[in-house]
Design a protein around this ligand. Structure first.
Ligand SMILES: Nc1ncnc2c1ncn2[C@@H]1O[C@H](COP(=O)(O)OP(=O)(O)O)[C@@H](O)[C@H]1O
Ligand SMILES: [Mg+2]
Length: 245
């Protein structure tokens, strides 16, 4: 479904992605792990066309992100949730969620509202549809961010450290919603996370980025096994460091 081939991304003289290739299948739940600065966010931004590539190509469902017309089509199918919720502060929760379906997909307003209400219900925020973002906690904002992405009915959802700005209780609220998505919807999920236990629980596949390269791309069970990922001292060190946090 997503073909990432030999992608290069530079900022000035610094090479951030250095020949990244990944082929992601429909329904895959992929965790992207790696140290801070290894290029995880840049890769996510390249996948949804927010960054220009310096080399290689990314194709999603046969369309290429480097072609502006095709990228517009891709954006209808690929939704992204960021670490900082990026909700529109002047719009009520419900209007934050219905904006893109109505404006981009041309869905009738009443239908978009109905769907938004179902999604808010799903994440336990049915009573917040008329609230403004400033009236919500961080965990609630992030759940609205997830609803806003899901309102586009995406075939693929990209999530970049969506819990790293949240306290532990709010983190588990949001992770519960994501675990439910992963096991019940068949949506292709690609998420960058530092929640190793969570990655282990919900993904089927782990990609480890190291200095802009794919160091490991493995089946989840294999990654966490002594004979698999842990054979690599770099990965062992990363996992030890995470465990001790
Ligand atoms: N817009 C930018 N301009 C210059 N350097 C950038 C930009 N975005 C990211 N970088 C650099 O690219 C490297 C990788 O960043 P990033 O993809 O955010 O890593 P990660 O998400 O794995 O922590 C970092 O060294 C960062 O400083
Ligand atoms: Mg990042």
């Amino acid at each position: 479904m997503i073909q990432i081939d030999n992608v290069e991304k530079r900022f000035g003289n610094a090479t951030i992605l250095n020949g990244v290739s990944l082929h992601i299948r429909r329904g895959d739940v992929v965790s992207i792990l790696g140290a801070s600065g290894s290029g995880k966010s840049t890769l996510i931004r390249c996948i949804n066309g927010l960054e220009k590539l310096n080399g290689g190509d990314i194709r999603i469902g046969g369309l290429t992100v480097t072609n502006a017309n095709e990228l517009a089509e891709i954006r209808k199918n690929v939704a992204t949730v960021f670490q900082h919720f990026n909700l529109y502060p002047h719009l009520k929760v419900i209007d934050n969620i219905t904006l893109a379906p109505v404006e981009v997909l041309g869905i009738p307003k009443a239908q978009a509202r109905q769907k938004a209400q179902e999604l808010l219900d799903l994440v336990g925020l049915a009573d917040k549809q008329d609230a403004y973002p400033a009236q919500l906690s961080g965990g609630q904002k992030q759940r609205v961010g997830i609803c806003r992405a899901l309102a586009m009915d995406p075939s693929c959802l990209l999530l970049d450290e969506v819990t790293s700005a949240l306290d532990p209780e709010m983190t588990s609220e949001v992770l519960d919603v994501l675990a439910d998505l992963a096991s019940n919807t068949g949506t292709t999920l690609i998420f960058v996370t530092h929640e190793i236990a969570f990655a282990r629980k919900i993904s089927n596949r782990i990609v480890f980025l190291d200095e802009g390269r794919v160091r490991v791309d493995m089946d989840k069970d294999q990654f966490f096994s002594e004979q698999g990922g842990k054979q690599d001292p770099r990965i062992q060190r990363f996992l030890d460091k995470m465990d001790s946090k």
